[in-house]
Ligand binder design. Structure first.
Ligand code: ATP
Length: 503
């Protein structure tokens, strides 16, 4: 698994997906740039999300709010007072960690140990093995799972009560060591605000302190009435947004999983008070189905329902994905109550209410939020798609089995040789297809090497022009995943690519 992660990172660089930011200056920690293929993949993920939210739902519309917002926004939202991470330093290594993450990683290891035991037993007992029964009866498995539950509950309790001394005690009792150096010499746990500050205005004394938004959600809340009125929206309805968010993350070591500048795809769904939990369940299901529709493997997803709820929520769940470093949060689904709109009413002095013509009543709507990190989604797609395959002839091939709808290049057009009019014919095909699809012309190297290169870049279709094409106006289409080849008339290419790669 660790190897897989290393492979994903180096593959992402080698094929123009992701570069370290300002790399020639040795990079900027936890900030990344998307390269020529990465930018396309990212754009396609956005499009896939945006269309499934706004185009497929008549009652969801999208906006694009500014990154800079009035400073009162963050007072109202609670970010000034409560957007903190509990940090702990190791006195020997001088390294800084998130205390909750250290404990959660420890708990994850217990889970892995239990799963290992269960897998072993399954092998031993075969067909009629009852895993649930085994969890209840095997003392070792029972202990791992029990300890894990207790640890996580205690962590949740301490964080909710802000009892940071207890978090430190927990780390000491579990004898958690610095992951890099093994030292167990820890400082106290402290809270650290994650917002990036900046200034509006030129002169030092008149400048206003601003924050770069740490989430896109607030841009939706402050525009709730603008959109509701101008769009004549009726509850229930949603507002979607894709945009950058900034957090001064302390532990930012997992490539694009945790970045300081990242993008979110968020949707706030406004509902009648009292109906929120019903909608919460509906959105959990809808969002999981969206993930599944990409075909990255159903076993890669699971829900994690929160025991520790944020100050604004009455229910919350994560969709976790099996990243190369284990199951981690990919998307959050939160029932945010009327907290945000009420807080903005209070701080702005403006009413943010909806007149419900059926109930003949004014109210502050309740909100269900779905919030997914675009970059995390990118990492999920990339790591689930990267495969080393053993071929029948004994060779291996590296192939990026991206969902075709997300692939940066839909088809590569390849003249078999660089002469006899084949390049011209291939170029003509490119010129016909480029209006509808991202296609690429490639004539360098032997055809087998070009196929491999496109496999590794994730291109679902290769279209080869050979000498016969000059006579029969047909080409050979090669499919990335099966490596099957098929001869088809050039006039049918458009329909085939559409069928293979459409939304
Ligand atoms: P985590 O617990 O991993 O820090 P979070 O619970 O703080 O995440 P939310 O505030 O719920 O995250 O944000 C919603 C989504 O935004 C997350 O599910 C995640 O996909 C994404 N996200 C949050 N922080 C980052 C980050 N630093 N880098 C990349 N994506 C992020």
């Amino acid at each position: 698994q660790e190897d897989l992660f290393k492979n994903v990172i180096s593959h992402a660089k080698e094929y123009g997906y992701i570069f370290a930011s300002s790399e020639i200056y040795d990079g900027l920690s936890a900030v990344y740039d998307y390269g020529q293929n990465g930018a396309e993949l990212k754009k396609n993920i956005k499009e896939y999300w945006w269309r499934s939210m706004t185009q497929l739902h008549q009652n969801i519309v999208g906006i694009d709010a500014a990154i800079l917002m009035h400073p009162k926004t963050w007072k109202a939202s609670g970010h000034v007072d409560a957007f903190n991470d509990p940090l702990i330093d190791n006195k020997d290594s001088k390294k800084r960690y998130r205390a909750d993450v250290l404990v959660e990683d420890y708990a994850e290891k217990l889970l892995q140990k239990a799963e290992k035991e269960i897998a072993k037993a399954k092998k031993r007992f075969g067909e009629d093995f009852d895993a649930e029964m085994y969890k209840e009866t095997n003392p070792r498995v029972k202990r791992y799972l029990g300890d894990r539950k207790e640890i996580l509950e205690r962590l949740a309790r301490s964080l909710t009560n802000e009892d940071l001394a207890d978090v430190k005690k927990l780390i000491e009792e579990l004898e958690i060591a610095d992951p890099d150096t093994g030292s167990k010499n820890w400082t106290e746990v402290r809270q650290f605000n994650l917002m990036f500050g900046t200034k509006l205005g030129a002169s030092a004394d008149t400048a206003t302190d601003l924050y770069l938004r740490p989430e896109t959600a607030q841009g939706i809340f402050v525009n709730f009435l603008n959109v509701q009125k101008t769009g004549r929206m009726k509850i229930p309805f949603g507002i979607a947004q894709i945009g950058k968010a900034f957090r001064n993350e302390i532990v930012a070591r997992q490539f694009i999983f945790r970045m300081r500048e990242f993008e979110q795809m968020e949707m706030q769904f406004f509902v009648r008070p009292g109906e929120e939990l019903e909608w919460y369940e509906k959105w959990k299901e809808t969002r999981l189905n969206w993930h599944r529709s990409l075909g990255l493997g159903e076993e890669n997803y699971r829900f994690h329902d929160h025991e520790k709820l944020a100050h604004y929520a009455n229910a919350a769940s994560d969709i976790e994905f099996d990243f190369p470093f284990g199951f981690k949060e990919l998307e959050g689904i939160h029932s945010r109550t009327d907290f945000d709109l009420k807080a903005h009413e209070e701080h702005s002095g403006k009413k943010l209410r909806f007149y419900d013509p059926e109930l003949k009543e004014n109210y502050v709507p309740f909100v269900i939020e779905t919030s997914i990190g675009l970059d995390r989604m990118f990492l999920a797609v990339l790591s689930a798609s990267l495969k080393e395959e053993q071929l029948e002839d004994g060779n291996t091939r590296t192939v990026l089995k991206l969902p075709a709808v997300l692939a940066p290049t839909k088809a590569a057009i390849l003249p078999l040789v660089k002469k006899d009019g084949l390049p011209e014919m291939a170029q003509k095909i490119v010129d016909d297809l480029k209006w509808d699809f991202t296609v690429q012309y490639d004539e360098k190297d032997a055809i087998g090497r070009r196929y491999r290169r496109q496999d590794a870049a994730g291109t679902p279709l290769c279209i080869t022009v050979d000498h016969d094409s000059l006579d029969d106006n047909s080409v050979t289409v090669r499919f990335r995943d099966t490596m099957e080849q098929k001869r088809i008339p050039i006039t049918e290419l458009d329909a085939l690519i559409r069928k293979e790669t459409d939304f």
